[in-house]
Write a protein that binds this ligand. Structure first.
Ligand code: SF4
Length: 312
């Protein structure tokens, strides 16, 4: 089998992998123009567009969204097992709820609710990448609004709920450092109600609603997947997709072009050569492996600088 055939097979395999994620995105595509409980604390302008029933301008159903699908797979594996450990028949797992508030019916899906801990605990599992965990600090306002939205919906359904928890879990090694638990009561319900009241006010003029520090396409992942991206940022460059290309870990660092050696003397025979300190041959072996000269050109695409030709 020659190299071209192997390369064609590698591409075929990568295409199939990408198709796995794209198919999952298309299958899970929800109505992007409808506000859900998970969006309560998100971008205010986006929620205002949704409440005002503006038609989405951008379709992201073809994106791979790999991290999101891997996060969902983690939920599907962990939550039923966690419910089994809690051992209570009233435990709810990935349960659909409706939040009735100020004349709206906002849908959502909670992760886990168990009456086995503290007389009623709502758990939200948040998966994250390698270095994105937190230290058990209070979750962000957006995350709290989402949690309290689920908890309010549950309470209105007749469940007794006294606390909410956020469980951060690494998608790399499964670590759950930074679990946070807070109480839930009328104060937290009022927080949700006030947020919905503000959103309804912004829905009267969504184009003037705050963007909440979201920086736009190509600079902010939330904007990159927003169904109102073009409406919100008219004329902006669309983000380059996919964003899931692996970062090279072993490609050489780009090097500054070394200065040629300074020659002494003008005779035919070279008497001595002095090198600038930064690139002198005495220091060459102390540089990291990735920055050493290569004896032959690398594959296309990697950085390589041809060493200066030295005459003998
Ligand atoms: S594009 Fe960004 S700033 Fe604009 S509505 Fe969407 S998430 Fe908000």
């Amino acid at each position: 089998m020659n190299r071209a055939e192997l390369e064609a097979q590698r591409r075929q395999l990568e295409d199939a992998l990408a198709a796995v994620f794209r198919t999952a995105t298309a299958a899970n595509h929800h109505d992007p123009g409808a506000l859900s409980i998970s969006g309560l604390g998100g971008c205010t302008r986006r929620a205002a567009y949704q409440l005002a029933r503006y038609a989405p301008t951008d379709d992201h159903s073809h994106q791979e969204q790999r991290a999101s699908h891997l996060g969902q797979a983690t939920h599907d594996w962990v939550l039923p097992r966690l419910a089994a450990q809690l051992g209570h028949e009233l435990t709810l797992v990935e349960h659909d709820v409706i939040l009735p508030v100020r004349g709206l019916k906002i849908p959502g899906r909670l992760d886990l609710f168990t009456p086995a801990i503290g007389g009623g605990l709502l758990v939200d599992l948040k998966t994250h990448g390698y270095d994105q965990g937190d230290d058990g600090d209070e979750p962000s306002r957006a995350r709290l609004l989402q949690l309290y939205g689920y908890a309010t919906a549950l309470r209105l359904m007749g469940y007794l709920i006294r606390a909410v928890a956020v469980v951060p879990m690494s998608r790399i090694h499964g670590g759950t450092s930074g679990v946070w638990i807070g109480e839930f009561g009328s104060k937290q319900e009022a927080f949700v109600d006030a947020r919905v009241r503000d959103l309804l006010r912004h829905a009267k003029a969504p184009a003037f609603a705050p963007r909440d520090a979201h920086r736009g396409p190509g600079l902010d992942l939330t904007c990159d997947s927003c169904p109102y991206m073009t409406r919100c940022w008219p004329g902006a460059e669309p983000p380059r997709l996919p964003r899931c290309a692996p970062m090279p870990t072993s490609s050489p660092m780009p090097l500054a072009t070394p200065k040629p050696p300074h020659r002494r003397g003008t005779g035919r025979r070279r008497r001595s050569t002095t090198w600038p300190r930064s690139v002198g041959p005495a220091r060459a072996d102390t540089r990291p492996t990735a920055t050493k000269w290569r004896s032959k050109p690398p594959r296309a695409g990697s950085a390589w600088i041809k060493p200066a030709r030295r005459s003998s």
